[in-house]
Design a binder for this molecule. Structure first.
Ligand code: NDP
Length: 273
């Protein structure tokens, strides 16, 4: 049977095996999907061993995405732009192809929630790996402006300069942000510690859409905060997780699974519904 897995550290909490098993069942693909948690300095060897032993493809998550970028034979254009790889496929001619499906997953999830990206003013919080992966797919949707704000401002400036050729992207420090924005995407890891990015409450209004890439069984700190200040449309990153997985599955198997039912199952599994 064709073998796939996700590499990460820690990875025991990963929902990827659950999601891909449902995708495989739905599309009647014969495959198995597992977990691998190599020591941080043993990822390269573990990856080689997996493919030497017949593995067909894998996902890569924290903290290995940047390292995976350096280990594959070929990069997709979107992985090259993202500077990180979250999906690897062994092609029929024996080449390890590195791809990045995170940004496509984010955009697909935003669209599935009915969020309009074209001509909208987007605020992206954070300038880490997730922000980098999101920039090209977001700019491809032709927003009127995309502003990046990050705790370490120089990183936001670097990203804005790097992606400037793809659209109207600028960097701004938190204290100087001027609204109104149509959409705020939180790609910081602040919610992981129950913290908030230093965003002025005045930027939140009833018609704004709020997206936190983090997810959990209950609202993230950022979503709670945004609701308290009047935001009516709030979304967490669970849909992005399922959509980026669907994109990876499509890269591997050449068949696109449906995501709605799988997202429902995942929510049930997490106790969200
Ligand atoms: P990184 O570590 O690469 O970047 C973290 C970013 O968060 C940096 O910009 C950092 O700022 C900022 N940050 C951290 N703490 C705070 C704080 N207290 N206040 C303000 N800013 C802060 O992480 P990733 O980009 O890889 O991941 C970010 C988030 O996105 C995580 O929560 C991750 O779980 C989520 N994610 C979700 C996915 C999904 O499918 N739903 C996929 C990928 C990521 P600074 O530069 O100043 O350190």
């Amino acid at each position: 049977m064709d073998r796939y897995l996700v590499f990460g550290h820690p990875v025991r909490h990963s929902k990827s095996p659950f999601i891909h098993t449902l995708f495989a069942r739905q599309t009647q693909q014969e495959l198995e999907y597992g977990l691998a948690e190599p020591a941080v300095d043993e990822f390269a060897q573990a990856l080689r061993t997996f493919f030497d032993q017949g593995g067909k493809g894998c996902n890569v998550t924290v903290p290995f995405k940047e390292q995976a970028f350096t280990l594959v034979d070929r990069l997709s254009p979107r992985a090259k732009r993202a500077g990180a790889v979250n999906t690897i496929k062994l092609t029929d001619d024996g080449v390890l192809l590195g791809d990045n499906t995170d940004g496509a997953g984010l955009v697909a999830d935003l669209k599935s929630h009915g969020v309009t990206l074209a001509d909208s003013r987007i605020l992206l919080l954070g300038a880490g790996g997730a922000a980098r992966g999101a920039l090209a797919p977001l700019l491809a949707e032709l927003p009127s402006e995309l502003v990046i704000a990050n705790r370490t401002h120089t990183k936001a400036q670097q990203l804005a300069a790097e992606f400037h050729d793809l659209g109207p992207v600028t960097a701004q420090i938190y204290e100087q942000l001027a609204g109104p924005f149509d959409l705020v995407i939180n790609s910081t890891s602040a919610s992981l510690q129950g913290e908030l990015p230093p965003l002025a409450p005045a930027l939140i209004h009833t018609d704004i859409a709020i997206y936190d890439m983090m997810y959990g069984a209950s609202d993230t700190a950022f979503i709670c905060w945004a609701k308290q200040h009047g935001a009516r449309q709030t979304m967490d990153g669970l849909g992005m997780l399922v959509e980026q997985a669907a994109e990876a599955f499509t890269v591997w198997r050449g068949i696109r699974p449906g995501t709605k039912q799988v997202l429902r199952e995942l929510k049930r599994n997490l106790g969200v519904i």
